[in-house]
Design a protein. Structure first.
Lengths: 312, 102
Protein backbone atom coordinates (compact mmCIF):
# COMPACT_ATOMS: atom_id res chain seq x y z
CA UNK A 1 0.00 0.00 0.00
CA UNK A 2 2.05 2.98 -1.19
CA UNK A 3 -0.45 5.83 -0.92
CA UNK A 4 -2.29 6.54 2.33
CA UNK A 5 -6.06 6.87 2.11
CA UNK A 6 -7.51 10.14 3.31
CA UNK A 7 -10.23 9.14 5.75
CA UNK A 8 -12.87 11.65 6.87
CA UNK A 9 -11.07 11.72 10.21
CA UNK A 10 -7.69 12.40 8.59
CA UNK A 11 -9.46 15.14 6.63
CA UNK A 12 -10.97 16.58 9.80
CA UNK A 13 -7.61 16.60 11.56
CA UNK A 14 -5.94 18.20 8.52
CA UNK A 15 -8.68 20.84 8.34
CA UNK A 16 -7.98 21.67 11.97
CA UNK A 17 -11.64 21.27 12.90
CA UNK A 18 -10.70 18.84 15.62
CA UNK A 19 -7.50 18.32 17.54
CA UNK A 20 -6.03 14.87 18.07
CA UNK A 21 -6.73 15.11 21.78
CA UNK A 22 -10.37 16.00 21.12
CA UNK A 23 -10.77 13.07 18.73
CA UNK A 24 -9.29 10.74 21.33
CA UNK A 25 -11.66 12.05 23.94
CA UNK A 26 -14.73 11.68 21.66
CA UNK A 27 -13.72 8.13 20.69
CA UNK A 28 -13.64 6.72 24.22
CA UNK A 29 -15.96 3.72 24.53
CA UNK A 30 -17.92 2.33 27.40
CA UNK A 31 -20.46 -0.44 27.95
CA UNK A 32 -22.56 1.56 30.42
CA UNK A 33 -24.43 3.99 28.16
CA UNK A 34 -25.58 1.29 25.72
CA UNK A 35 -26.58 -1.14 28.50
CA UNK A 36 -28.64 1.57 30.21
CA UNK A 37 -30.27 2.54 26.92
CA UNK A 38 -30.95 -1.14 26.16
CA UNK A 39 -32.76 -1.51 29.49
CA UNK A 40 -35.03 1.40 28.56
CA UNK A 41 -35.34 -0.07 25.05
CA UNK A 42 -36.67 -3.35 26.46
CA UNK A 43 -39.08 -1.42 28.68
CA UNK A 44 -40.41 0.51 25.66
CA UNK A 45 -40.81 -2.75 23.72
CA UNK A 46 -42.63 -4.28 26.69
CA UNK A 47 -44.94 -1.26 26.66
CA UNK A 48 -45.77 -1.47 22.96
CA UNK A 49 -46.17 -5.26 23.22
CA UNK A 50 -48.65 -4.71 26.06
CA UNK A 51 -50.58 -2.24 23.91
CA UNK A 52 -50.97 -4.90 21.20
CA UNK A 53 -52.19 -7.40 23.78
CA UNK A 54 -54.71 -4.92 25.20
CA UNK A 55 -55.97 -4.03 21.71
CA UNK A 56 -56.11 -7.65 20.52
CA UNK A 57 -59.85 -7.82 19.77
CA UNK A 58 -60.32 -4.34 18.33
CA UNK A 59 -59.23 -2.22 15.40
CA UNK A 60 -56.86 -0.48 17.80
CA UNK A 61 -54.48 -3.39 17.28
CA UNK A 62 -53.39 -1.71 14.03
CA UNK A 63 -52.09 1.54 15.58
CA UNK A 64 -50.60 -0.55 18.39
CA UNK A 65 -48.79 -2.75 15.87
CA UNK A 66 -47.61 0.37 14.04
CA UNK A 67 -46.11 1.74 17.28
CA UNK A 68 -44.42 -1.59 17.94
CA UNK A 69 -43.15 -1.55 14.36
CA UNK A 70 -41.62 1.91 14.73
CA UNK A 71 -39.58 0.60 17.67
CA UNK A 72 -38.73 -2.70 15.98
CA UNK A 73 -37.40 -1.14 12.77
CA UNK A 74 -35.12 1.04 14.89
CA UNK A 75 -33.16 -2.11 15.72
CA UNK A 76 -31.46 -1.03 12.52
CA UNK A 77 -29.99 1.94 14.39
CA UNK A 78 -28.62 -0.23 17.19
CA UNK A 79 -27.29 -2.75 14.68
CA UNK A 80 -25.62 0.09 12.81
CA UNK A 81 -23.91 1.22 16.01
CA UNK A 82 -22.73 -2.38 16.56
CA UNK A 83 -21.40 -2.53 12.98
CA UNK A 84 -19.01 0.25 13.97
CA UNK A 85 -18.15 -1.47 17.29
CA UNK A 86 -19.10 1.74 19.04
CA UNK A 87 -22.23 0.64 20.94
CA UNK A 88 -20.19 -1.27 23.53
CA UNK A 89 -16.56 -1.17 24.54
CA UNK A 90 -16.64 -4.98 24.81
CA UNK A 91 -16.21 -6.08 21.23
CA UNK A 92 -18.14 -9.37 21.39
CA UNK A 93 -21.19 -7.57 22.77
CA UNK A 94 -21.30 -5.54 19.55
CA UNK A 95 -21.25 -8.74 17.52
CA UNK A 96 -23.88 -10.49 19.64
CA UNK A 97 -26.32 -7.58 19.78
CA UNK A 98 -25.72 -6.78 16.10
CA UNK A 99 -26.63 -10.33 15.05
CA UNK A 100 -29.77 -10.29 17.23
CA UNK A 101 -30.89 -6.94 15.78
CA UNK A 102 -30.29 -8.34 12.30
CA UNK A 103 -32.65 -11.23 13.05
CA UNK A 104 -35.37 -8.78 14.11
CA UNK A 105 -35.25 -6.86 10.82
CA UNK A 106 -33.87 -9.50 8.43
CA UNK A 107 -30.50 -7.85 7.88
CA UNK A 108 -27.60 -10.30 8.20
CA UNK A 109 -25.07 -8.54 10.39
CA UNK A 110 -21.79 -9.34 8.67
CA UNK A 111 -23.13 -8.59 5.21
CA UNK A 112 -24.41 -5.25 6.48
CA UNK A 113 -21.02 -4.57 8.02
CA UNK A 114 -19.13 -5.03 4.74
CA UNK A 115 -21.73 -3.13 2.74
CA UNK A 116 -21.67 -0.32 5.28
CA UNK A 117 -17.87 -0.09 5.09
CA UNK A 118 -18.20 0.76 1.42
CA UNK A 119 -20.94 3.26 2.18
CA UNK A 120 -18.49 5.12 4.42
CA UNK A 121 -15.70 4.92 1.86
CA UNK A 122 -17.82 6.10 -1.08
CA UNK A 123 -20.57 8.08 0.64
CA UNK A 124 -23.03 9.57 -1.85
CA UNK A 125 -20.89 8.73 -4.89
CA UNK A 126 -23.23 7.31 -7.57
CA UNK A 127 -22.36 3.79 -8.66
CA UNK A 128 -19.93 3.34 -5.77
CA UNK A 129 -21.94 3.89 -2.60
CA UNK A 130 -23.87 0.61 -2.14
CA UNK A 131 -26.35 2.23 0.25
CA UNK A 132 -27.04 5.36 -1.76
CA UNK A 133 -30.71 6.29 -2.00
CA UNK A 134 -31.05 8.21 -5.26
CA UNK A 135 -33.05 11.42 -5.43
CA UNK A 136 -36.56 10.39 -6.57
CA UNK A 137 -37.43 11.69 -10.03
CA UNK A 138 -41.07 12.38 -9.21
CA UNK A 139 -43.65 12.22 -6.44
CA UNK A 140 -44.64 8.69 -7.43
CA UNK A 141 -41.08 7.42 -7.04
CA UNK A 142 -40.80 9.30 -3.73
CA UNK A 143 -43.95 7.67 -2.35
CA UNK A 144 -42.97 4.26 -3.70
CA UNK A 145 -39.65 4.46 -1.85
CA UNK A 146 -41.42 5.48 1.36
CA UNK A 147 -43.82 2.53 1.05
CA UNK A 148 -40.74 0.29 1.65
CA UNK A 149 -42.00 -2.09 -1.06
CA UNK A 150 -38.81 -1.71 -3.16
CA UNK A 151 -36.75 -2.11 0.02
CA UNK A 152 -38.37 -5.42 0.97
CA UNK A 153 -38.20 -6.68 -2.60
CA UNK A 154 -34.46 -5.99 -2.62
CA UNK A 155 -33.92 -7.48 0.85
CA UNK A 156 -35.83 -10.71 0.19
CA UNK A 157 -34.04 -11.16 -3.14
CA UNK A 158 -30.68 -10.35 -1.52
CA UNK A 159 -30.98 -12.82 1.36
CA UNK A 160 -32.33 -15.54 -0.96
CA UNK A 161 -29.49 -14.93 -3.43
CA UNK A 162 -26.87 -15.10 -0.68
CA UNK A 163 -28.43 -18.27 0.74
CA UNK A 164 -28.17 -19.75 -2.75
CA UNK A 165 -24.45 -18.95 -2.68
CA UNK A 166 -24.54 -16.11 -5.19
CA UNK A 167 -23.00 -12.66 -4.67
CA UNK A 168 -23.42 -9.74 -7.07
CA UNK A 169 -20.49 -8.05 -8.77
CA UNK A 170 -20.74 -5.07 -6.42
CA UNK A 171 -20.84 -7.37 -3.39
CA UNK A 172 -17.78 -9.24 -4.61
CA UNK A 173 -16.00 -5.89 -4.53
CA UNK A 174 -16.76 -5.04 -0.92
CA UNK A 175 -16.93 -8.46 0.76
CA UNK A 176 -13.40 -9.71 1.50
CA UNK A 177 -12.67 -12.97 -0.34
CA UNK A 178 -12.11 -14.87 2.92
CA UNK A 179 -15.49 -13.73 4.28
CA UNK A 180 -17.72 -14.62 1.30
CA UNK A 181 -18.53 -18.09 2.61
CA UNK A 182 -19.49 -16.51 5.96
CA UNK A 183 -21.96 -14.18 4.27
CA UNK A 184 -23.57 -17.15 2.51
CA UNK A 185 -23.69 -19.13 5.75
CA UNK A 186 -25.24 -16.19 7.64
CA UNK A 187 -28.03 -15.89 5.05
CA UNK A 188 -28.73 -19.65 5.27
CA UNK A 189 -28.77 -19.54 9.08
CA UNK A 190 -31.12 -16.57 9.04
CA UNK A 191 -33.58 -18.23 6.65
CA UNK A 192 -33.35 -21.46 8.64
CA UNK A 193 -34.16 -19.53 11.82
CA UNK A 194 -37.26 -17.96 10.23
CA UNK A 195 -38.33 -21.32 8.78
CA UNK A 196 -37.97 -22.97 12.20
CA UNK A 197 -39.97 -20.18 13.79
CA UNK A 198 -42.83 -20.52 11.33
CA UNK A 199 -42.75 -24.30 11.69
CA UNK A 200 -42.97 -23.92 15.46
CA UNK A 201 -45.92 -21.56 15.12
CA UNK A 202 -47.65 -23.94 12.71
CA UNK A 203 -47.07 -26.90 15.01
CA UNK A 204 -48.20 -25.06 18.13
CA UNK A 205 -51.10 -23.27 16.45
CA UNK A 206 -50.00 -20.03 18.12
CA UNK A 207 -49.38 -17.33 15.50
CA UNK A 208 -48.78 -14.52 17.96
CA UNK A 209 -45.35 -13.60 16.57
CA UNK A 210 -46.98 -12.63 13.29
CA UNK A 211 -48.97 -9.97 15.16
CA UNK A 212 -46.28 -8.95 17.64
CA UNK A 213 -43.34 -8.95 15.25
CA UNK A 214 -43.84 -9.67 11.54
CA UNK A 215 -46.76 -7.36 10.70
CA UNK A 216 -45.40 -4.56 12.94
CA UNK A 217 -42.02 -4.65 11.15
CA UNK A 218 -43.73 -4.23 7.77
CA UNK A 219 -45.95 -1.45 9.17
CA UNK A 220 -42.96 0.33 10.71
CA UNK A 221 -40.47 0.08 7.84
CA UNK A 222 -41.88 3.11 5.95
CA UNK A 223 -40.90 5.19 8.99
CA UNK A 224 -37.35 3.89 8.72
CA UNK A 225 -37.35 4.63 4.98
CA UNK A 226 -38.58 8.17 5.82
CA UNK A 227 -35.65 8.59 8.22
CA UNK A 228 -33.02 6.97 5.99
CA UNK A 229 -33.90 9.38 3.19
CA UNK A 230 -33.02 12.34 5.38
CA UNK A 231 -29.40 11.25 5.87
CA UNK A 232 -28.03 11.87 2.37
CA UNK A 233 -30.80 12.36 -0.21
CA UNK A 234 -30.66 15.88 -1.61
CA UNK A 235 -27.13 16.47 -0.42
CA UNK A 236 -24.37 16.97 -3.03
CA UNK A 237 -22.94 13.84 -4.61
CA UNK A 238 -19.37 14.66 -3.59
CA UNK A 239 -16.73 13.02 -1.40
CA UNK A 240 -16.58 15.97 1.04
CA UNK A 241 -18.17 14.66 4.24
CA UNK A 242 -19.15 18.10 5.48
CA UNK A 243 -21.36 18.49 2.37
CA UNK A 244 -22.67 15.07 1.40
CA UNK A 245 -24.47 14.25 4.65
CA UNK A 246 -27.29 15.90 6.60
CA UNK A 247 -27.64 16.15 10.36
CA UNK A 248 -31.24 16.48 11.55
CA UNK A 249 -32.11 18.10 14.85
CA UNK A 250 -34.92 15.96 16.27
CA UNK A 251 -36.68 15.56 19.60
CA UNK A 252 -35.45 13.33 22.44
CA UNK A 253 -37.72 10.33 21.70
CA UNK A 254 -36.44 10.16 18.12
CA UNK A 255 -32.84 10.55 19.30
CA UNK A 256 -33.44 7.68 21.71
CA UNK A 257 -34.89 5.44 19.01
CA UNK A 258 -32.18 6.17 16.44
CA UNK A 259 -29.28 5.98 18.91
CA UNK A 260 -28.34 9.61 18.11
CA UNK A 261 -27.82 8.74 14.46
CA UNK A 262 -29.70 11.93 13.56
CA UNK A 263 -26.22 13.43 14.08
CA UNK A 264 -25.36 11.74 10.84
CA UNK A 265 -22.86 14.23 9.43
CA UNK A 266 -20.87 14.03 12.67
CA UNK A 267 -21.00 10.23 12.44
CA UNK A 268 -19.62 10.28 8.89
CA UNK A 269 -16.96 12.76 9.93
CA UNK A 270 -15.58 10.45 12.62
CA UNK A 271 -17.24 7.03 12.40
CA UNK A 272 -15.33 5.75 15.45
CA UNK A 273 -17.19 8.08 17.80
CA UNK A 274 -19.83 6.23 19.88
CA UNK A 275 -23.49 7.28 19.83
CA UNK A 276 -23.31 8.77 23.32
CA UNK A 277 -20.56 11.22 22.30
CA UNK A 278 -22.25 12.42 19.10
CA UNK A 279 -24.18 15.28 20.77
CA UNK A 280 -20.85 16.62 22.11
CA UNK A 281 -19.22 16.19 18.71
CA UNK A 282 -22.17 18.06 17.20
CA UNK A 283 -21.38 21.07 19.38
CA UNK A 284 -17.83 21.11 17.96
CA UNK A 285 -18.78 20.59 14.31
CA UNK A 286 -22.18 22.27 13.99
CA UNK A 287 -20.75 25.27 12.09
CA UNK A 288 -18.78 23.05 9.71
CA UNK A 289 -21.39 20.50 8.62
CA UNK A 290 -24.88 20.68 7.11
CA UNK A 291 -27.54 20.86 9.82
CA UNK A 292 -31.31 20.70 9.19
CA UNK A 293 -32.81 22.47 12.21
CA UNK A 294 -36.38 21.45 11.29
CA UNK A 295 -35.58 17.76 11.73
CA UNK A 296 -36.80 14.88 9.58
CA UNK A 297 -39.80 16.84 8.29
CA UNK A 298 -37.57 19.74 7.32
CA UNK A 299 -35.26 17.36 5.46
CA UNK A 300 -38.22 16.01 3.48
CA UNK A 301 -39.42 19.53 2.68
CA UNK A 302 -35.92 20.17 1.34
CA UNK A 303 -36.01 16.95 -0.72
CA UNK A 304 -39.46 17.78 -2.15
CA UNK A 305 -38.34 21.33 -2.95
CA UNK A 306 -35.32 19.97 -4.82
CA UNK A 307 -37.54 17.51 -6.71
CA UNK A 308 -39.84 20.34 -7.79
CA UNK A 309 -36.88 22.55 -8.77
CA UNK A 310 -35.39 19.74 -10.89
CA UNK A 311 -38.62 19.42 -12.87
CA UNK A 312 -38.98 23.18 -13.59
CA UNK B 1 20.39 -9.58 11.76
CA UNK B 2 18.68 -6.19 11.32
CA UNK B 3 20.02 -3.35 13.46
CA UNK B 4 17.98 -1.71 16.19
CA UNK B 5 16.90 1.84 15.19
CA UNK B 6 15.87 4.68 17.48
CA UNK B 7 12.40 5.83 16.42
CA UNK B 8 11.00 8.06 19.16
CA UNK B 9 11.65 9.03 22.77
CA UNK B 10 9.40 7.20 25.23
CA UNK B 11 8.49 10.58 26.69
CA UNK B 12 7.06 11.64 23.32
CA UNK B 13 4.69 8.67 23.01
CA UNK B 14 0.98 9.33 23.43
CA UNK B 15 0.29 7.61 26.72
CA UNK B 16 -1.89 4.50 26.38
CA UNK B 17 -2.48 5.32 22.73
CA UNK B 18 -0.91 5.02 19.29
CA UNK B 19 1.77 7.40 18.01
CA UNK B 20 2.67 7.98 14.36
CA UNK B 21 6.37 7.95 13.48
CA UNK B 22 7.90 8.46 10.06
CA UNK B 23 11.04 6.46 9.28
CA UNK B 24 12.27 7.45 5.84
CA UNK B 25 9.41 6.62 3.49
CA UNK B 26 7.71 4.35 5.99
CA UNK B 27 4.93 5.31 8.39
CA UNK B 28 5.17 3.37 11.63
CA UNK B 29 2.55 3.07 14.36
CA UNK B 30 4.03 2.78 17.87
CA UNK B 31 1.64 1.50 20.54
CA UNK B 32 1.90 2.18 24.26
CA UNK B 33 0.10 -0.79 25.82
CA UNK B 34 -0.37 -2.19 29.35
CA UNK B 35 2.25 -4.85 28.54
CA UNK B 36 4.81 -2.65 26.83
CA UNK B 37 5.64 -0.99 23.54
CA UNK B 38 4.69 -2.54 20.20
CA UNK B 39 4.97 -1.29 16.62
CA UNK B 40 3.56 -2.02 13.20
CA UNK B 41 3.28 -0.52 9.76
CA UNK B 42 0.82 2.35 10.11
CA UNK B 43 -1.32 1.74 7.04
CA UNK B 44 -4.16 -0.76 7.27
CA UNK B 45 -3.64 -3.74 4.96
CA UNK B 46 -7.32 -3.64 3.97
CA UNK B 47 -8.05 -0.14 2.71
CA UNK B 48 -4.78 1.68 3.34
CA UNK B 49 -6.07 4.07 6.02
CA UNK B 50 -3.72 5.37 8.69
CA UNK B 51 -4.18 3.24 11.81
CA UNK B 52 -2.68 6.04 13.92
CA UNK B 53 -6.00 7.90 13.54
CA UNK B 54 -7.90 4.85 14.76
CA UNK B 55 -9.28 3.79 18.12
CA UNK B 56 -6.81 2.07 20.43
CA UNK B 57 -7.81 0.04 23.46
CA UNK B 58 -5.49 -2.24 25.40
CA UNK B 59 -3.77 -4.24 22.67
CA UNK B 60 -6.27 -3.65 19.88
CA UNK B 61 -5.93 -1.05 17.15
CA UNK B 62 -9.02 -0.36 15.08
CA UNK B 63 -8.88 1.17 11.61
CA UNK B 64 -10.58 4.59 11.43
CA UNK B 65 -12.09 3.84 8.03
CA UNK B 66 -13.87 0.48 8.41
CA UNK B 67 -13.23 -0.49 12.04
CA UNK B 68 -11.32 -3.60 11.09
CA UNK B 69 -9.06 -4.43 14.04
CA UNK B 70 -5.70 -5.99 14.81
CA UNK B 71 -3.92 -7.24 17.93
CA UNK B 72 -0.78 -5.11 18.00
CA UNK B 73 1.25 -7.77 19.84
CA UNK B 74 1.43 -10.10 16.85
CA UNK B 75 -0.50 -8.26 14.10
CA UNK B 76 -3.31 -10.84 14.14
CA UNK B 77 -6.56 -9.59 12.55
CA UNK B 78 -9.33 -9.79 15.13
CA UNK B 79 -12.24 -8.12 13.32
CA UNK B 80 -13.16 -7.94 9.66
CA UNK B 81 -12.64 -6.52 7.15
CA UNK B 82 -8.99 -6.79 8.25
CA UNK B 83 -7.93 -9.58 5.90
CA UNK B 84 -4.58 -10.81 7.24
CA UNK B 85 -1.86 -10.15 9.80
CA UNK B 86 -0.39 -6.68 9.73
CA UNK B 87 3.38 -6.30 9.65
CA UNK B 88 4.72 -5.82 13.16
CA UNK B 89 8.24 -4.95 14.31
CA UNK B 90 10.23 -6.11 17.27
CA UNK B 91 10.40 -3.24 19.78
CA UNK B 92 12.40 -2.42 22.90
CA UNK B 93 13.16 0.58 25.09
CA UNK B 94 16.82 1.58 25.46
CA UNK B 95 18.01 4.72 27.29
CA UNK B 96 14.60 6.34 27.08
CA UNK B 97 14.25 5.67 23.36
CA UNK B 98 11.89 3.28 21.59
CA UNK B 99 13.96 1.11 19.30
CA UNK B 100 12.65 -1.10 16.52
CA UNK B 101 14.15 -3.71 14.23
CA UNK B 102 12.88 -2.42 10.90
Amino acid sequence: MSQPVVTPLTQALAEGKLTRDEVKSFMQRSDGPALRRLALWVAVLAGTTTLITLAWDSWLIWPAMFLQGVVLVHHFSLQHECVHYTAFRTRWLNDLVGHLCGLVIMLPHRFFRYEHCDHHTYTQLPGQDPEQVPMPQNLGAYLLYLSALPYWKTKFAEVARHAAGRLSEAELRFIPREERATVVRDARLMLSFYAALFAAMALSGWWGLVWYWIIPVFLGEPVMRFIRMTEHVGRPEVAQMSDNTRTNLVSAPWRFLCWNMNYHAEHHYVASVPFHALPRLHERLRDHIHVEPRGYLGAHLDILRQMRAARE
Amino acid sequence: MTEWCDVIAVADLESGWVTRVRMGTRLIAVYDTPSGIYASLALCNHGGADLCDGYFDGHVIECPLHQGAFDVRDGRPIAPPAPRRMRVFEARVQDGMVQLRL
